[in-house]
Structure formats: structure tokens, C-alpha cells
Write a protein that binds this ligand. Structure first.
Ligand code: AMP
Length: 417
């Protein structure tokens, strides 16, 4: 029989790896709570139409990366490839804008894209992200970028580059699109197949292409920043002034467009400088999407968000996070004392201690070996005589010493460490 394996590009995370994940998640939660964000949890499956309309039908994600299937009612469903469209759907479905002028949401969870797996690129991957609805910026734009840099800094990931750009909005965006088309059309034959196909519908995507022939043409293309109107320009200047006031490092990158169609005005990326991630060095991508809520049938509402890839952060983490150790390991002198051992472990856990025991009936020597390996500071030995005396034997596994402790004083002795 063929061996059962996980789906290609989708990984198991075993308990030994989880402490590092917890650290990423805890520091993220703690950081975003400081900025007033509340958590949202949306389903991992959504109607396909949400992503087609929300993300855009000329994006790589919608064109070729979605896990889409028909459910029994022949409705097309899709495993979410990103979090923003789902958040917007939930925001509209619950009419949150009617009760809150500004909403600040965050999420942590798995996303699904049928990409070619590589280091830092998977088919199921985790993103942590934030979304702000109802604030047109630019101060919150700067705050969000600063939040990402602060979060990475708290994890010890400091060797990063922050790229920012403005895509403009409304007329300015349309004017730029025309200027870009005028530049690209005469060069169409030299573009990659994908870019040729998308040229008329979404010329901006050519700037984002990974194909070498497209990149050479993109390098000489007209700049977005030259086409901003006065309001877009004032917004971008406000963002830069705020980042400067914070002392947040950044670099203006006029060719930055990113792979999703919905962005307007502020766009940003945070890249790791270390070589570990190779081509997958983008840790975080984000931007403003002032048009999406209106496009999905809601009242026009300014919005901005970002998403960070947690696997890429793990690869960039400078240090090993030690596994949390047990406080105590319960050992029984004879197999007949197993119930007493289990009871003692239970009582210690109730007192808030992390406790394990090995009650399979093995020798004391074998149990003590497991206690040693577990990383627990203490072994608590339950013996016949001690039981009668209302005490236990406490072995300090680090110091190699052993003392008799009254059962009544045990919780306190252990908790005091
Ligand atoms: P995006 O939603 O495409 O803007 O991506 C935001 C971040 O999510 C990226 O910067 C990556 O860190 C992460 N990410 C996107 N796609 C993948 C993937 N296939 N595997 C792992 N991480 C990903």
C-alpha cells in the first residue's frame, strides 16, 4: 500500500517546533494589542466569487493558484488564499461600519495557494495580518508600517528593508495606466507571454513580473510617482513625514506594485536582507485598498492592511526559542502506586504547575531517565513509606540532591522555583 503523506506543499508542525510558532504569535498579539487591534476569525472557505471580485481576475492568485471546488449544492467554494477579502466580507456582512467609525482588526491563520513549493513558499502557509477600516490616512499608514517594523524588531529581526510607494487613486491611476500602456504597447512583442496576455487589462502587473525580459522593460517604464495628483501627493508626503518623525527606516521604490489588484495609494513591502530566504525574501506586504469595500457592494470606506508570512519569519528568526520545560515529573516507586502518582500529578497541575508522569509500569530507574530527559527541574517520587507519612521525596534533577518534603508544602516548594 502506498504510504500516506501530507499534501505537497502543506506541512505538519510537530510539538517540538511549536514553541517558536507560539513566540511569533504571542509577540504579534501583544504588539497589535498595543495599537488597539482586535482579533477576527473568519472561515477558511469562502464563495469563490469573493476572491475573484475582491482580489481581481488578472492576478496570479485568481488565475492559477486557488484551491477551488464545487460543494454538493454545486456552489463554487475556495480555500482562502489571503485574509483581506474575507475580512472585508465579514465587515460588510455584519455592517460593522454602521456602529464603529474606525475598526482595527487582526488575524492569524492558514492561507492556501497552489504555488510551486520552495523554501519559504508553501501551498498552506500562515499569515498574521492587520486591517484598518474607516481611516483615510496617511498617519495610520505610517503607524501600520511602524507596527510591522516594531514587531519584527521585538523578534530580533532587524536586518530588513522597508519599501514604500504610492499607486495613486482615481484619475491619477487612470492617467498612469494610459502612460504605461503607451510605453508598453510598442514593446509588447518583447514581453513574456503572461505579460502580453495581461497587457491591456492590467498593464501595472508588468512592473511586478518576475520574467527577466519584463523586468528589463519595466526598468525604463514611466514612474507612478510622477503621475500622482495633488491629493495623492499630499497623502504620500504625509506618510513620509510621519515615518521620518517616528524614525522608521524606509526606501521609496517607484516600481513597487505587488501582485494584488486592489491596492490604491500607499503600498509597502518589508524584505529580509539575509540570504536565507533567497527569492522569497518578502516578509510582509501591505497597502491601502480604498476602493474594495465599495466594489464589493458596501459604502465607500477607506481601508489599509498588511500580511506577514509566518514561515518566512521563522526562517529569519535569529535565535532558537527553548522549549518550555516541565516544572516536575512524578515518579512512582512501584507500579501499584500508579493511581497515587496520577492523583499527585493532577493536584500539582491544578495548582498551576506543568507536570508529567510515566505510569506505564516501568522501573524507577527508567522513570527517572525520562524525568531527566523531560527537562523538568524536579522529580517527585511517590513511595509507600512517604505516602504513609504524608510526604514525598523531591529530587532536584539539576543539583542532583534529594530531600523529603511534606505533601502539604510541596506545591509551594515547586511554585517557588
Ligand atoms: P501577499 O498576501 O501575497 O501580499 O503576501 C504577504 C506575505 O505572505 C508574503 O510577504 C509572504 O511572507 C507570505 N506568503 C505569501 N505567499 C506565500 C507562500 N506561498 N508561502 C509562504 N508564505 C507566503
Amino acid at each position: 500500500m502506498a504510504k500516506l503523506r501530507s499534501v505537497k506543499g502543506m506541512n505538519d508542525l510537530l510539538p517540538s517546533e511549536i514553541p517558536r510558532w507560539h513566540r511569533l504569535e504571542q509577540v504579534f498579539r501583544d504588539t497589535v494589542h498595543r495599537y488597539g487591534f482586535g482579533e477576527v476569525r473568519t472561515p477558511v472557505v469562502e464563495p469563490t466569487e469573493l476572491f475573484v471580485r475582491g482580489i481581481g481576475d488578472t492576478t496570479d492568485i485568481v488565475e492559477k493558484e486557488m484551491y477551488t471546488f464545487e460543494d454538493k449544492s454545486e456552489k463554487s467554494l475556495t480555500l482562502r488564499p489571503e485574509g483581506t477579502a474575507s475580512c472585508v466580507r465579514a465587515y460588510l456582512e455584519h455592517a460593522v461600519g454602521n456602529v464603529e467609525p474606525v475598526s482595527k482588526w487582526y488575524y492569524i491563520g492558514p492561507m492556501y495557494r497552489r504555488e510551486r513549493p520552495a523554501k519559504g513558499r508553501y501551498r498552506q502557509f500562515y499569515q498574521a495580518g492587520c486591517e484598518i477600516y474607516g481611516d483615510p490616512g496617511p498617519y495610520v499608514d505610517a503607524e501600520l508600517i511602524d507596527l510591522v517594523v516594531t514587531y519584527l524588531g521585538r523578534l530580533g529581526i532587524t536586518d530588513v528593508e522597508v519599501l514604500i510607494n504610492s499607486l495613486g487613486s482615481g484619475d491619477a491611476r487612470a492617467r498612469y495606466r494610459q502612460a504605461l500602456l503607451d510605453y508598453l504597447r510598442p514593446r509588447a512583442a518583447e514581453l513574456s507571454e503572461d505579460s502580453q496576455r495581461r497587457l491591456e487589462r492590467n498593464p501595472l502587473r508588468v512592473l511586478d513580473s518576475k520574467a527577466a525580459q519584463d523586468q528589463a522593460i519595466a526598468a525604463e517604464a514611466p514612474s507612478l510617482l510622477d503621475h500622482l495628483d495633488d491629493e495623492d501627493r499630499a497623502h504620500f508626503d504625509g506618510l513620509i513625514a510621519t515615518l521620518d518623525a517616528f524614525g522608521t527606516p524606509y526606501r521609496v521604490e517607484p516600481k513597487l506594485v505587488r501582485g494584488l489588484d486592489y491596492y490604491t495609494r500607499t503600498l509597502f513591502e518589508v524584505k529580509a536582507r539575509s540570504a536565507d530566504l533567497g527569492a522569497q525574501s518578502t516578509l510582509c506586504g501591505g497597502g491601502r485598498y480604498d476602493g474594495m469595500i465599495g466594489d464589493l457592494g458596501g459604502p465607500p470606506t477607506p481601508a489599509i492592511g498588511f500580511a506577514i508570512g509566518l514561515e518566512r519569519l521563522l526562517i529569519s528568526l535569529p535565535d532558537e526559542t527553548p522549549a518550555p520545560t516541565l516544572d516536575a515529573f512524578v515518579v512512582v516507586q512501584r507500579p501499584e502506586l500508579a493511581v497515587e502518582g496520577a492523583k499527585l500529578a493532577r493536584e500539582l497541575r491544578e495548582a498551576g504547575l506543568r507536570v508529567d508522569a510515566d505510569l506505564r509500569g516501568n522501573s524507577m530507574k527508567s522513570q527517572l531517565r525520562r524525568a531527566d530527559k523531560s527537562g523538568a527541574r524536579y522529580a517527585v517520587v511517590v513511595g509507600e513509606r512517604e505516602l504513609a507519612e504524608g510526604s514525598v521525596q523531591l529530587k532536584d534533577l539539576h543539583a542532583g540532591t534529594s530531600t523529603s518534603v511534606a505533601r502539604a508544602a510541596l506545591n509551594e516548594t515547586l511554585a517557588g522555583e
